[in-house]
Every structure is written in C-alpha cells, then in structure tokens.
Design a protein around this ligand. Structure first.
Ligand code: SF4
Length: 315
C-alpha cells in the first residue's frame, strides 16, 4: 500500500503515510527494525514506483479522508525501507505539494552525505534524522549499515543539512539495551545534537516486535539517564515510546495525566507532588501505578524520577 491513514501522530498531528519503498529495501539492517530483516541492502538510489502513481494514490487517500471529514496535517514519507533511496523523491514532493498539505520525511540519514539527497530533503517541511550512535562499533551493532557507508560522512552531512534546512528538523535516537546506553557515548551524542540543533530530539525505545528476537528495551533507569544526559545539553528532548502521551493535555484524571506526562518525559518527585496536590490526590496514587506496573521509580544524581513503564507489545 503506497498511501495509508491519516493516523494520529504525536509529532505531526494527523499524518497520512506514504510508503515509497517496497519492503524491505534499506541502507541499514537495524536490529530493532519493525519491518523485519532487510531483504535488499543497497546504497545507490533508484526508481521504485512511478512518481505519478504515488501522487495519484496519495491524492485518492486524501480525497477519501476529506470525504469522511478527517483532517490531515502532514503527508509523511514513512517507508518500508529508506525513503531517500528513491531517486524520484524530490519530484514526488514537487507533485505532492499541489495538494496543499505539509510534507514530512522520516529518514535514517545514511545518504545525507549526498548533495542530491540533501536537495530532495530540503523540499520537505519537516525532516526527522535517525541518530543511534556517534561511534563506529555501536553504529555497526545497532544499525548494521551497508559496508560502503562511512559514519563520519553521514555525521558531517547531517550538520551540513541542518545549517541550510529552512523547515523543522527533528532527530530520533533508538535506545537499545546493551548497545548504545553508555553514558560517555550518550554525552558525545548530546554534544553532536547540540550542534545539529533540532527543534526536538526524540528518544525512542523498541516497543514492537523487532527484527532480532534478542532485542530488549532498556531498563527505566537507563532511559532516564539517557534523557537527563540529553536534557543537560538540549532544550527539547522527548520520549517516543509507543504511548501517545501528551504532557500538555490535562484530562482531570490524575492517574491518566501522570501516565501521559511520563510517557513524554520523566517527572521529578517534586513535580509529581505538585500534580497530586492540584488534583487533591495523595501518594497512594503513585504506589498504585507502580504496583500495577504502569509507572517506574528511578534515581538520578540523588533525585527520584518517575517514568512510564515500558514493555514490548505485539500491537
Ligand atoms: S533504517 Fe529504518 S527501515 Fe531501515 S533497517 Fe533501520 S529501522 Fe528498518
């Protein structure tokens, strides 16, 4: 299916997905990939579907959604592979712009060292760049890149792109147990992200069945450390953990509000006390959520933090 949705997305509102790559052609074979193992690994760009076919399929889906009264905030390239492998990406964006909806692209950034790829990405309104490691050994372990890719070229391509991109830039880092959770590496990554200066740096964890069965999400304390290390260098860090929490939408139900907030970022103990006070609730609420396995308590530099408990799901 080339066009699907719109589906609610915390990052993009209501997003209509565009799949411009057949399953599964990619430059990486990430251990956590939800599309499964990479069947065709390549780094040369080529033509997959006809740009007109993509345009027609998206236009049809847009019409269908509008007929049902559904709004669409973004047309988002979110592919069964790496969208920038599509040599027609720029032309497809040109065609899609006639629909008058903003364009988003979720890319693994592995080809961003190429000028033609940067030019294509420049046409989008929102771009998310994958950034799972800054060091070669863990990059190889987590992303399992095509053997001709060079990490340093990718990183400098990301910085080159960030300097000139007029749209909204985001980054996304998948935290994987036993691979990229070393605090020193996370600090180096945070330094790099500070230079990249995304509007938001997202931290994700594997929440759906990954390509490799041995993949585990990190423990709550590791997720909290990653958040705090990033947060020390960056203004806008958020979790992207499969729960569509919204820290800014208060429902009036204190349990729900606490779970919503902690699925976006950890809460300090003082913030939890404040929230309970506002809702006329007491600490029993927290104990209950912990006992139910919905909330986790963890320490960081002498302070207690609370965050949404995470499990692999089969959704
Ligand atoms: S870059 Fe995306 S599509 Fe490619 S292997 Fe990694 S997670 Fe899967």
């Amino acid at each position: 299916m080339i066009a699907f949705g719109p589906v609610p997305s915390r990052r993009l509102g209501r997003s209509l997905g565009i799949n411009n790559i057949p399953p599964k052609v990619c430059t990486y074979s990430c251990v956590y990939c939800q599309v499964g193992k990479t069947r065709r690994m390549r780094i040369d760009r080529c033509r997959f579907y006809g740009p007109e076919d993509i345009f027609k399929s998206v236009r049809k889906q847009v019409k269908k959604a509008r007929k049902k009264g559904e709004s669409i905030d973004y047309l988002t390239f979110v592919s069964d592979g790496e969208p920038t492998l599509d040599a027609n990406l720029g032309y497809e964006i040109d065609l899609l712009k006639s629909l008058g909806i903003k364009i988003g692209i979720i890319t693994n950034a592995s080809l961003i060292f190429r000028e033609d790829v940067r030019e294509d990405l420049m046409k989008a309104d929102w771009v998310s760049l994958k950034f799972d490691s800054i060091r070669k050994p863990s990059w190889h372990r987590v992303n399992r890149p095509h053997r001709e890719l060079v990490l340093d070229l990718i990183l400098s391509g990301m910085l080159d792109f960030a300097k000139i991109f007029p749209g909204e830039l985001a980054s996304e880092t998948m935290l994987v147990w036993d691979i990229n959770l070393d605090a020193d590496i996370l600090k180096e990554m945070a330094e790099f992200l500070r230079e990249l200066n995304p509007v938001k740096a997202y931290l994700a964890i594997p929440t759906r069945p990954p390509a490799e069965k041995w993949i585990r999400p990190p423990a709550p304390e590791d997720i909290n450390v990653a958040f705090q290390v990033f947060h020390e260098k960056l203004d806008q860090v958020e979790y992207l953990i499969g729960f569509e929490g919204n820290a800014f939408a208060f429902t009036g139900n204190v349990e729900e509000d606490m779970l919503n907030i902690t699925s976006v970022h950890p809460m300090r103990q003082s913030a939890v006390i404040e929230l309970l006070k506002k809702a006329n609730a007491d600490w029993l609420t927290v104990n209950k959520l912990i006992a139910q396995g919905k909330l986790a308590e963890t320490d960081y530099e002498g302070q207690k933090f609370y965050l949404r408990n995470l499990k692999l799901s089969n959704r």
